[in-house]
Write a protein that binds this ligand. Structure first.
Ligand SMILES: *Cc1c(COP(=O)(O)O)cnc(C)c1O
Ligand SMILES: [Zn+2]
Length: 418
């Protein structure tokens, strides 16, 4: 915490104090937290980190919030799994899954919210708020409940049941807006000017976004203090993707890992792929789109960090990859059936994208590759329900079980024969 020293404009470099601000008053560029890396280099070692708690707060020295105010429901330090079965299927010998379904509200958003909520408490805010595609609303509601703060969370009205119930249960005021995420975001930006609320991804965005760096720190530490050679991550606003890159660069700057040679690949749904489309068209000019995809958690048509995501993609030698809705469903099933991990639609986007990149030879068989699975599947059951086999329905007798099983086996054999 003592190492965060200012907010700095990403465009013109002007500096501001550490306040609840997110845009530069001069050029309207986004503000980002700047640190005193020299002091950090002197004091932070692998050992000081390893002594910390098994949560994102083990990296408190690399985050812009004071752990004394921590709003902590134990986000982070999720498993990094060696994905042997999936790797074999895709011809990748060193494939890992970062399983962020294991967070307290079952998505990676707990990482960003614990940092933003902590900073909000430090600033003296009494209300947390957000514009959300679903998972953020869940996480803000849970963290507010734990901190005894009020919560107003705004979502598009067509979200999955699991995401709606997953916010209301914590006692937050849930506002379903007739419109898509970009409409919700516009409304919240207006509200943020009037109400003295900490909108975690608007006026608190510089602090919020830093929480995603822990996705890089943890993976590097779990790999034995080294950077992966290839990353495949989902992109909505592009923030998480850009911050994984920033996190790896920081570790290298602080001599905690060797130089970073990570290819950063980003995945979107074809029904909302403004960043990937720009990558494919070799342009930095991102054309906003109207989202139409089952991957609702990634459905941001006008991505705030899209431009920076494209820069990272180019600089790192990674790729942009997009998948159709049917491929997203197949991706969810492939991960579940090969590794026992039930991901939401964003995970399907990542696994489908990973598969395309592997088949196209864009990931080499030996590359140490990490696919980020950012949310759990019980929240988006609607997306795959119709693609799954129904249960065998039997009477409580041996005869009934064997008759019904026989029918199922026969049906499978017939299907396999055609
Ligand atoms: C929010 C979210 C993302 C990515 O969000 P960014 O805006 O790109 O940081 C990825 N996966 C899931 C499941 C999400 O909820
Ligand atoms: Zn500026």
């Amino acid at each position: 915490m003592p190492y965060a020293k200012a907010l700095r404009c990403r465009e013109c470099g002007r500096e501001y104090g550490l306040e609840p601000l997110h845009v530069c008053e001069f050029c309207f560029g986004p503000l980002e937290v700047a640190y005193d890396y020299e002091a950090m280099h002197r004091n932070i070692t692998r050992e000081t980190i390893e002594r910390g708690p098994n949560s994102v707060w083990r990296y408190a020295d690399l985050l812009p919030a004071d752990p004394a105010y921590a709003v902590d429901i134990n986000a982070g330090f999720t498993p990094l799994i060696r994905a042997k079965n999936l790797g074999e299927h895709l011809g990748l010998k060193n494939l890992y899954i970062k399983n962020d379904c294991a967070n307290p509200t079952w998505s990676f958003k707990d990482r960003v919210v614990t940092v933003a909520a902590t900073k909000a408490r430090e600033f003296g805010f009494e209300t947390l708020a957000c514009a959300s595609t679903g998972n953020l609303a869940n996480s803000v509601s849970a963290h507010a409940a734990s901190a005894g703060l009020e919560a107003y969370v705004f979502i598009p009205s067509d979200l999955e049941r699991g995401k709606i119930i997953g916010s209301s249960v914590y006692g937050a005021t849930l506002v379903a807006v007739d419109g898509n995420y970009d409409d919700v975001n516009r409304l919240c930006s207006e509200l943020a000017d009037k109400y003295k609320w900490a909108f975690v991804n608007i006026n608190m965005r510089p602090y919020y976004a830093e929480g995603s760096k822990t996705l890089a720190y943890e993976v590097a530490e779990q790999l034995g203090w080294r950077a992966p050679e290839h990353v495949v991550a989902p992109m909505a606003s592009g923030s998480l993707y850009v911050k994984i890159w920033k996190g790896l660069q920081e570790l290298s700057k602080l001599w905690l890992i060797d130089s970073v040679q990570t290819k950063m690949s980003g995945a979107q749904a074809r029904g909302c792929s403004p960043i990937v489309t720009a990558f494919e068209g070799h342009t930095h000019n991102i054309k906003p789109v109207r989202p139409n995809t089952i991957a609702k958690s990634l459905a941001i048509g006008n991505p705030a960090d899209g431009y920076y995501a494209l820069q990272v993609m180019e600089e790192s030698g990674g790729h942009g990859v997009a998948s159709e809705d049917e491929e997203i469903v197949e991706g969810i099933k492939l991960l579940a059936e090969s590794e026992g991990i039930f991901a939401e639609t964003a995970g399907g986007v990542v696994i489908s994208g990973l598969r395309k990149l592997a088949l196209a030879g864009k990931i080499a068989p030996d590359e140490v590759t990490v696919a980020y699975i950012t949310g759990g599947g019980l929240k988006t059951q609607e997306a795959i329900e119709s693609a799954l086999e129904l249960p065998l329905h039997v009477a409580p007798t041996m005869a009934s079980f064997e008759a019904v099983l026989g029918e199922r086996t026969q049906a499978r054999e017939t299907a396999a024969a055609v």
